[in-house]
Design a protein around this ligand. Structure first.
Ligand code: AMP
Length: 435
């Protein structure tokens, strides 16, 4: 069988079995996705986070303001379109949508701090490559209404707890403080003054950034630029006393929790609404796309989105595909595809009808029951039961119907037992529990 249709480049199907995408990357099976999602949910429950789900479609203006009009995402990577005078965008991230929803629904009125988490697809028109897709999935949290350093430390702790629960180690957490936008502005001036004399030695991209967004030069991967930056002024020297105390407290709390981090004075974010703590989590198994997650404080975002009062907030966003890459590189085994508790193999029309009724009755008891829907021979049905890794097969034919007892075969040993119809549910529930 075949079709000329293919999934869109930079997207992928999640299938019952793992498979390899057109870029040669292993794509996890749906059971593995469920396992990771269930782990995320469990960690969130333990940390007292509540789920929020927002639409995939958002107003383009929300993303332009929330992500920043000068960013690559807004300039080059939005899947945006117009319909009946409304500008839509497929969300490229989920922080701005969550803050929109928080403000729109006055979630602050629920009282206290809102600790929200999300899991869902995001869209960016980037050049697809390993770990970089056009439709990818993020999970993340937003802690809204909390200005205490404990909120920053807890945000990081939640991220580390998810990795820990999945069995992922070897992580590198980079940490920095951005202080306030006002300190940062002063710093940007100092950085520009420092870099100006080196302008001729900088790449064209960095020269452009020197004018518009010099902080991004700090991200450079070019060795000679990193060399120049070695003596550049550092942001921490421009950060005010209050921000420094905040940062020191966050670090102290992480030390208390035994969370390891490296301070990276070059870890910055260009947009004005980012404040104080910023962090990025990396895994060596990811290669070029080393970032597993990123986050930090964004105390000024709510106002950028129109709030008349500030909402101190901190959060992170992690990439699910990157998580799978890291888990794969670390040889962490995830959940197997679920297999049936029992396969019902029926021969003859009457037995098929009995089998169908019985399958439904067993399913109502919570058992995972498979059966044949192709009218195949007994031999072919037994083969199918094996392929599906069912530990037991229940065989029904004319003799069994007459005796009102099914033949239950334990597939591994080949041992068979006659089980009366009225004892089947009890028998199979017991064997499924001990399996
Ligand atoms: P960002 O919103 O850019 O800080 O991204 C947060 C996280 O999402 C990153 O650390 C990645 O793990 C993941 N991510 C971002 N863009 C992509 C993409 N195009 N494909 C896959 N994962 C991505």
């Amino acid at each position: 069988m075949s079709t000329s249709f293919q999934n869109i480049k930079g997207t992928f199907d999640i299938l019952p079995d793992p498979h390899t995408d057109d870029g040669g990357t292993r794509t996890a099976a749906s059971a593995e996705w469920r396992h990771v999602e269930a782990t995320v949910r469990d960690v969130m429950r333990r940390h007292n986070f509540e789920e929020i789900r927002t639409p995939v479609l958002e107003p383009t203006e929300l993303v332009a303001r929330g992500v920043g009009a000068s960013t690559d995402i807004v300039q080059k990577e939005m899947f945006a379109f117009e319909r009946s005078d409304t500008q839509y965008v497929l969300r490229p991230e989920i922080t701005a949508p969550v803050v929109r929803s928080f403000l729109q629904h006055h979630l602050d009125q629920r009282g206290g701090v809102q600790k929200l988490f999300y899991i869902g697809p995001c869209f960016r028109a980037e050049q697809p490559q390993k770990g970089r897709y056009r439709q990818f999935h993020q999970f993340g949290i937003e802690v809204l209404g909390a200005d205490q350093p404990r909120a920053d430390a807890e945000t990081i702790a939640v991220l580390m707890a998810v990795c820990d629960a999945l069995g992922l180690s070897d992580l590198r957490l980079r940490l920095n403080t951005l202080g306030t936008p006002e300190c940062r502005e002063e710093y940007v001036g100092a950085l520009q003054d420092f870099l100006e004399p080196y302008a001729d030695e900088l790449s064209e991209t960095s020269r452009r950034r020197l004018e518009r967004n010099p902080l991004r030069i700090l991200d450079t991967k070019k060795a000679h630029e990193q060399e120049i930056l070695r003596d550049a002024p550092t942001l921490i020297d421009f950060v005010n006393e209050k921000s420094r105390t905040h940062y020191d407290t966050v670090k102290g709390l992480l030390d208390d929790l035994g969370v390891e981090y490296v301070e990276d004075p070059h870890l910055v974010r260009g947009l004005d609404y980012y404040t104080e703590t910023t962090f990025e989590l990396e895994h060596p198994g990811l290669g070029a796309q080393s970032a597993l997650a990123g986050g930090g404080r964004y105390d000024r975002l709510a106002e950028v989105l129109g709030s008349d009062a500030p909402v101190p907030a901190v959060g992170f966003a992690a990439g699910m595909e990157r998580l799978f890459l890291a888990l794969d590189a670390a040889d962490v085994e995830l959940a197997d595809t679920p297999t049936p508790d029992v396969f019902i193999a029926a021969l003859g029309e009457e037995a098929e009808r009995w089998g169908f009724r019985t399958a439904q009755a067993l399913r109502a008891e919570g058992l995972h029951v498979a059966h044949d829907l192709m009218g195949r021979s007994l031999k072919a049905q037994m083969k199918e039961a094996n392929r599906q890794n069912a530990p037991y097969t229940m065989i029904i034919g004319g003799n069994e119907l007459e005796a009102e007892a099914a033949t239950v075969k334990e597939m591994e040993s080949g041992a068979q037992e006659e089980v009366p119809f009225d004892g089947l549910i009890e028998y199979l529930t017991r064997t499924a529990e001990t399996a």
